[in-house]
Design a protein. Structure first.
Length: 623
């Protein structure tokens, strides 16, 4: 059977010769060299180019050792992952094709090398830390692995050299050392560094480095004069040099004033001086590279100037206890206080030892004085200042118009008073004013006046008293007149020439009600034909509506007519309507003549009754 198959195959080959075919190959090509770095991602796709025709493809097969961290997919031929270890790894990738018709097998193979290394990195950034001229310095430039170093062109000065601590061929560090020459201002130098590594992968880096060289450090000082007992702030600062800096006081070369200290990092000199004097010391400034300089410095500490407090003194009240202190500062305690000009408010005194101004003011106003403080120095220091103390009056209590009632009778002279609820520490003066308003339809009554004949009366309220006193020659009384109406008394208060509010300060209303006629005098005057009756009186309604005369016979006598009604209304109406009557208010004189038939001895007395709209009034006279 085997020969039959071979014969058939030969037959076929001779009958139909195969066409020319390009040989299959693995891609990437055989012998390819791969390079990579740890932590780098990898993705390599393997495939067969020009696979054998008619064959059945099998899986991809990786033989040998692939770099750690990579995974090979036999179905797709993908080698992928992240490289994790250095080394040189050799492997092959193949794929086989089978031919079922004649049992043949074709395999396509590629051989590969994969070199994995750590990536070369320069760990030292540029620029390098600054250097200080004139001071030996060392700077290191490091890589992450052993490497080959070289330096190229640049502007480095003489005196600067490079050392390869691990050997020029293989050390991880390049050392730059030397002393930079003096510079006046910060100067920057540039140079090139080459570094390469030849382990599994050839690597090369070129970088330009810079280094700034600063001039030597110098101390700059701002040290004001200090004052004992007052916070102090001075500063030492660096000029030139390389930060950070350190400040110190050189030992054995003086010291800071007592109470002050130096901050080594900032150069600040702070605290509160406790003693006067001139303090000389030597300060040292050291920079980051060890360069230093020293400078002799001084701080003067004095006593603070002697001053009196700037705050204004508080206000006071007449009659109330007052206390305020004059406060001094500076100089040397104890102090002595005095009044060197002007005058204190009456009632106050200054304590010469404590500076306390105290007492009870007795007078209001603004009082200006000069105070002087003297310290205990020899010779003593002194300071003066002008103060003003304002003394106010306490609140004024209500003023009441007293004694007089709200209703008074006409033709009377009631008294009244003016009284504060509380005494006042200063003298007050004022004026009481009167205003009369007659009832509707009645004219003013000129007789309504104060007892002094005026519509005003002046008064004073002495300091420390509550009751008002009328001015000399006056009384607190008023004449009510003979006309019905309302009297209003208004009292105004003044402190000196200042009118006090409210204005008026007190008001009292007094009413004169309408009343019946009042007969103030009844006189009988005989004449040859009889007699006449003279009636004097007033009616504050300014009207008389009726007059009745009742006669009383003498003992043993009889009268034919004992009562006579006299029609007087029209006469009174005419009188009160005249201008002449206005000056008399409601006053009148009524004269009624009588003719007598018989002897006047038959009459004992007569009673006269007058009537108005408000009532009546009577009086009796004897013959």
């Amino acid at each position: 059977m085997r020969g039959l198959k071979i014969a058939c195959l030969l037959l076929l080959l001779s009958a139909a010769p195969l066409a020319a075919q390009v040989a299959p190959s693995m891609q990437p090509p055989t012998g390819t060299y791969f390079e990579g770095y740890v932590k780098d991602p990898v993705s390599i796709q393997f495939q067969v180019v020009n696979p054998p025709a008619g064959g059945n493809a099998g899986p991809f097969v990786l033989s040998g050792t692939a770099p750690p961290g990579l995974t090979f997919n036999p179905l797709t031929g993908l080698l992928s992952g992240t490289l994790t270890a250095t080394g040189s790894y050799s492997f092959s990738v193949s794929r086989s094709y089978t031919f079922l018709a004649f049992g043949g097998l074709v395999t396509v193979t590629g051989n590969y090398t994969f070199a994995v290394d750590n990536r070369l990195v320069l760990l030292t950034p540029t620029p390098l830390p600054p250097a200080t001229s004139g001071v030996s310095m060392t700077r290191l430039i490091s890589a992450n692995m052993a490497a080959y170093w070289d330096t190229g062109s640049g502007n480095l000065p003489a005196g600067i050299s490079f050392i390869f601590p691990g050997g020029e061929l293989g050390g991880p560090t390049l050392q730059m050392t030397g002393v930079f020459p003096q510079v006046q201002t910060p100067t920057t130098y540039n140079f090139i560094v080459y570094v390469s590594a030849f382990n599994f992968v050839e690597q090369f880096i070129e970088r330009t480095y810079a280094i700034t060289v600063n001039p030597p450090p110098q101390i700059s000082a701002n040290l004001p004069t200090g004052q004992v007992g007052q916070p102090y702030s001075g500063t030492l600062s660096a000029q030139g040099g390389t930060a950070p800096f350190s400040f110190s006081i050189s030992s054995g070369a003086g010291a800071l004033p007592p109470g002050l200290s130096l901050n080594a990092s900032t150069g600040a000199i702070t605290g509160t001086p406790t003693a006067t004097g001139t303090y000389i010391f030597v300060a040292r400034l050291t920079d980051a590279n060890g360069a230093f300089s020293e400078s002799q410095l001084r701080i003067d500490v004095q006593l603070p100037p002697l001053t009196l407090n700037e705050a204004a003194l508080p206000e006071g009240l007449v009659g109330s206890a007052y206390s305020a202190a004059l406060r001094a500062s500076g100089g040397t305690v104890p102090y002595s206080f005095s009044v060197s000009g002007g005058s204190l408010p009456p009632g106050l005194a200054l304590n010469t030892d404590t500076g306390v101004l105290s007492g009870t003011p007795t007078l209001h106003g603004a009082f200006t004085f000069e105070a002087t403080v003297t310290d205990s120095n020899q010779p003593p220091l002194s300071a003066s200042r002008t103060f003003t103390v304002t003394i106010e009056l306490p609140p004024l209590s209500p003023l009441t118009i007293t004694q007089i009632q709200e209703t008074v009778q006409p033709a009377s002279q009631p008294s009244f008073g003016l009284q504060l609820a509380q005494s006042f520490p200063a003298e007050l003066n004022g004026t009481a004013e009167l205003e009369f308003a007659p009832e509707a339809g009645l004219p003013p009554d000129p007789a309504v006046r104060f007892a002094n004949g005026s519509t005003s009366v002046n008064f004073t309220i002495p300091a420390g008293q509550a009751a008002a006193v009328p001015s000399s020659g006056s009384l607190f009384a008023l004449q009510t007149g003979t006309t019905a109406g309302t009297i209003t008394i208004r009292a105004r208060l003044r402190l000196g020439s200042t009118v006090l509010n409210p204005d008026p300060y007190s008001v009292k209303t007094v009413r004169i009600p309408a009343a019946g006629p009042q007969i103030t005098r009844l006189v009988i005057v005989r004449n040859p034909t009889g007699f006449e009756v003279q009636v004097t009186g007033y009616t504050n309604t300014r009207q008389i509506t009726g007059a009745t005369f009742r006669f009383t016979p003498a003992p043993g006598a009889t009268l034919t007519a004992a009562e006579v009604n006299v029609p007087v209304a029209s006469a009174f109406q005419a009188w009160f309507a005249s201008e002449q009557s206005r000056q008399y208010g409601g006053q009148f004189l009524l004269v009624v003549p009588f003719t007598l038939q018989g002897s006047a001895g038959a009459l004992a007395s007569v009673q006269v009754t007058l009537t108005n709209s408000a009532g009546s009034g009577s009086a009796t006279a004897s013959f």
